[in-house]
Design a protein around this ligand. Structure first.
Ligand code: AFP
Length: 338
């Protein structure tokens, strides 16, 4: 068997190199990113063993969104909390799986960062052995000291200082940005490290794919229906038709479109005007990644990163991906819904 490459760039080395470019950096953000990477490795190992150790299936509890929690959801939520709660780097956390903000224990120093996460996105894919993901978002606290509060986590997406996701697929990838490019790392299971595999990811301006759950077509607005017809290729003078791909796990759909070019849409619909996805845990962090890779993200009218959440679990329509494709959809919505 060949020996592994000894000059790989691990995520630790990469983050450290980036930190050196900012002489004022204290290293705390770097350490927080390692903490998240550690949580992701723990989740990855459980996802990989899920079928073997019989932790598939329902945990018999219902989360704040009214969805049945899977055992792996509960595990992933705990893994992330535990990887960050004792370090003194975080003042408060919020998770898609918890109704309220997650405080840091009294006896632990309260750090300067607020972290939000969706621990296991796409969890209905678990039982079918399809990809799932983790999404995270980091803000600098606004409150001055002590326990972090709701104010620290209800900030507009443009205030994020880092965001990213982990995809547990045929390989495990962690993709993040701190505002200096979007970088991707693949977990090398032989050494247990995330190694740099995709430096400075740029999303093509026009994509090959569109990703949307078309079974909801009849429930969309006229503008959205016309936009999707355009993506099918019905208006070739305005936009070239695309191929359809939909996995049903946002991270996996987003990741494919980020790398190959494409657009993901989860619009509002009759009876559910804000759609399904959450602004704080899904839309804002992926919007930061998309924009720093040269893409765009909107709710149809507003830039996602400018939206200020009023509540922790607020939902939003989401149109995200290649810039020209997102612009096309926004134009169609404006034309038909003004
Ligand atoms: P689950 O975590 O309940 O599987 O939901 C996943 C998700 O939030 C997102 O990852 C998908 O893109 C989207 O929902 C799929 O929703 P539909 O099944 O309505 O298309």
């Amino acid at each position: 068997m060949p020996f592994p490459n000894t000059s790989v760039i691990t995520i630790e080395r990469f983050i450290m190199d980036q930190e050196r470019r900012h002489p004022a950096a204290t290293g705390e953000l770097s350490n927080l990113l390692y903490d998240i990477a550690l949580g992701a490795k723990i989740i990855a190992s459980a996802v990989r063993r899920a079928g073997l150790i019989n932790i598939l299936g329902s945990a018999n509890s219902v989360n704040i969104q009214g969805e049945e929690q899977q055992q792996l959801d509960v595990f992933a939520n705990d893994a992330l909390k535990n990887s960050m709660s004792h370090t003194g780097r975080v003042c408060v956390m919020a998770s898609e799986e918890d109704e309220e903000v997650i405080p840091i224990a009294e006896d632990i120093p309260h750090g300067k960062y607020a972290v939000l996460f969706d621990p296991l996105d796409g969890s209905s894919n678990i039982d079918n052995n399809n990809p799932v993901g983790t999404i995270f978002s980091i803000y600098r606290r606004i409150t001055m000291e002590g326990h972090g509060t709701l104010t620290d986590v209800l900030q507009p997406g443009r205030s994020q200082i880092a965001a990213g996701y982990v995809m547990y697929g045929s390989s495990v990838m962690l993709v993040y940005t701190t505002g200096n490019g979007v970088h991707g790392f693949t977990l090398d299971p032989t050494i247990g490290e995330f190694v740099l595999s995709h430096r400075d990811i740029r999303i093509p301006e026009t994509g090959k794919y569109y990703s949307i759950n078309e079974s909801y077509f009849a429930r969309w607005s006229k503008g959205m229906q016309q936009a999707v017809r355009g993506l099918h290729g019905d208006f070739p003078s305005r936009i070239k038709g695309k191929n359809s791909r939909y996995i049903g796990a946002l991270v996996a759909d987003f990741h494919r479109n980020l790398i190959s070019g494409g657009i993901f849409l989860y619009p509002g619909e009759t009876g559910r005007p804000q759609g399904k996805l959450r602004l704080c845990y899904e839309a804002s962090p992926l919007a930061m990644v998309a924009e720093h890779a040269g893409g765009a993200a909107t709710d149809g009218l507003n830039r996602i990163l400018d939206m200020v959440p009023a509540t922790l679990h607020q939902r939003t329509p989401l149109v995200i991906g290649s810039k020209h494709d997102v612009e096309f959809v926004a134009e169609m919505l404006r034309e038909h819904e003004s």
